[in-house]
Design a protein around this ligand. Sequence first.
Ligand code: ATP
Length: 654
Amino acid sequence: MSQATRHTNPEAILQVLQDWTEAQWLRALDLSFARFLLSLEPQAPALLPLAAALLARLEGEGHTCLQLDLFLHEPDRFLSGAPELITEMRHILAAWSQPQQWIDILSTCRVVEHIDHTHPKLQGDDSETPLVLDQGRLYLRRYWRDAQCIARTLTERVSRRASIPVPAETLKPLLAQLFPADTSGSPENLPWQKIACALAMRGRFTIITGGPGTGKTYTAARLIALLMAQHNSDSLRIVLAAPTGKAAVRINESLHNAIAQLPPLGQQDLAAAFARIGPARTLHNLLGARPGTRRFRHDRQHPLDLDVLIVDEASMIHQEMMAALLRALPDHAQLILLGDQDQLASVEAGAVLADLCNHTGSYDSATCTWLEATCNCFLETATRSSNPLSSGVVRLQRSHRFNVGIGALADAVQQGQTSLAIQTLHQEAVLEWYEAPEVAQILQLADSHSGYRPLWENIRRAGSKNIEEHALWVQQILEQYGAFRLLCALRQGPWGVTGINQAIEDHLQETGLLKTQGLWYAGRPALITRNDPQLGLSNGDIGIALPDPQGKLRVYFPGNDPLPRAILPSRLKYSESAWAMTVHKSQGSEFQHTALILPAQDSAVIRRELLYTAITRAREKFSLFATAAGLEQAITRRTLRMSGLLSALQNSAN
Ligand SMILES: Nc1ncnc2c1ncn2[C@@H]1O[C@H](COP(=O)(O)OP(=O)(O)OP(=O)(O)O)[C@@H](O)[C@H]1O
């Protein structure tokens, strides 16, 4: 068959898709979706099955739409694979290389709805075609619907910004009391934490973004104190949440510590009031996930019972979850998102926090007047921002916790400055760079005092039979495990999680440090890989297998209770060893010492956001195993997730 025929015949395109699926470049799901659309519209043009399969595959890579101009300009930026497959894809796409061709052809399909913004009332929600074409972007319908929902709900929330009646004259002295050092109103040194509180106090939607240690939790603690001082703390329902169980545990701990350090505010017993809020929950749990479905118990008809919702680690919220959250949020409630927009985006599709923070940092005149009245800050009023949420977003700028060397490296990477990053790696004592990495060096580091050695020695000592002493020992082991972590960019291969875990277990066995035969051995850190509601465990939770006081092996998980939970290993169906873990899985955690392992061979998944996320997991020391070329590629390559959220926000605001 000639290439020309291949390009115009849907059956021939299906054959190409079949070949790509056999080569494992497409997923079976992608092919099935293309077939399904052709079954709905047998006379469809050849472009339809191709577009459907590529769109489905892109969704698997985290994109919420196929943005025609970006994708057709550089398809292999978004879909990587074996060179011959990429060449074939490029060759086939050459027949439809212009966005307008796609629009003209796909608009004729019955399974595609083309949104016409000049007649918005006639379009949209009522129609149920599987695909939607909107302003040069092709969507799976549910992603389009979710983007519209987020955009509509948030612009509506922001437009009611000033509708919470908080008198500036009562807020001002409270803010001054909570942020005593922040008296300066000079533009170079604005008190962003105080500004964040002032905005969140009267807004129904606020984002407090910033790198690690910039005081997001510090600010959230003060915001909670202000809310309690302004309203009746007994009846105000404040709820804390996070995308994962681990992140929920962490926000509990850090907020608890931050509240304990707060100065007294009026008559409030803050610690008691905070205790009434209750521990942070995962978003799944809060919304009432229905197992085996995409649905939640709470939605527009059954809204959540709360007045204020504070969600930490918001960079991990994917688009579908954000839409579900907004549907379930009562109209009157205040939503505050905390997170670092520069971190890796969510595993599932979308880059919600980064999209929502895009083009922000300017404030409208009403907001500037409010900040002047409450914070004594004089900000320049922006002429119209291209992001309607801009007045509700605050970026905290200064790190208060970070080790200076680690912070400098994170900044250089985040700004894409390779030579500065290399110079910093060479200069700073807390940074260690293995430029010609070998597995033996990784094992040596893991087996050192700043690695797992203290943990391994403590595990070998074995716990006491006395219950209290045993509990203390378990607690100590969990803390020691949390002090160091090996992070990998990849899952598979000798430099990936599986290879490094195996190398460590072999090392432990060979040196006799721990007996690692079998799946479960005393000392094995086990990462849960699937949610298990019955056991109350979430994907990403980590426990350590240790003998109980009777010598029987149990897996101990840290939790909100002071005592770790003990579960029999046989009950844990889905787990993997966690001496090394992926950078993705480490999100929401921090370790005193973090080591990142980049593979010798380049991989398209190694990008700036991954490097930044790994570096910012380290509190005191960061070790890097990477060649100079690997490091440079990682810094240069940026993640670009195709999404229509910003454009949907702009449409909603008009
Ligand atoms: N304005 C400030 N003055 C003094 N100390 C501060 C201030 N802001 C934050 N800190 C301190 O800096 C440290 C880091 O703050 P915090 O934990 O709130 O940062 P974060 O942005 O939530 O970090 P992460 O993203 O890692 O969770 C804490 O010890 C906190 O008490």
